[in-house]
Design a protein around this ligand. Sequence first.
Ligand SMILES: [Zn+2]
Length: 214
Amino acid sequence: MKHYLLATLLFAYTATATAQDIFKGYINIEDADSTIAVNLMYAKPDNFVGEKMYNFTEAYLHSHAAEALKRASRLLRTTHPHLRLIIYDAARPMHVQQKMWNKVKGTPQQNYVSNPANGGGLHNYGLAVDISIIDNNGDTLPMGTTVDALTPLSHIDKEQELVRKGKISPEAARNRALLRTIMKKAGFRPLRSEWWHFNYTTRANARANYKAIP
Ligand SMILES: [Zn+2]
């Protein structure tokens, strides 16, 4: 009975809590830098899970990652005044991570979702972003695949080979390189298998020194 009550309360909290409650103490990116566009892929059903996962549309980050993102945005606008960043995913609460894990568990997609039982991933700490670049018209630059395309074409370690084989265009490879350059200069680390994903720190450091968002 006690457990039932607790589960009911938790469900009521996660179903009704506003983004401001869930992300208290975290930075809303649109407030931090209004030039950064936000279009959260899990706030719409058009994502690899095939279902709307978020009941919020704002991108939040831990202040350390938010400061680094502001640096990246400034670097991009200084060197390429007609371009700006667009965020597709940022902080993801653990209760949503659990919901995603339950969806993909036992399917081929399970390799792409961090298991909450193992502490989740850096999105759960507000320390990772899924990000791309848009131009003056709001059009995304060609990157060779869409964001969250779970295919070898999204890998960043063999891009020249992908270009040689005609799998991605030279322009896409250059755009990915530009994104990586500014993100790395700002303090982020790229991920081998996803050109759009950047971590602010290591998983070990996140677990030791930061708190996951419930
Ligand atoms: Zn990501």
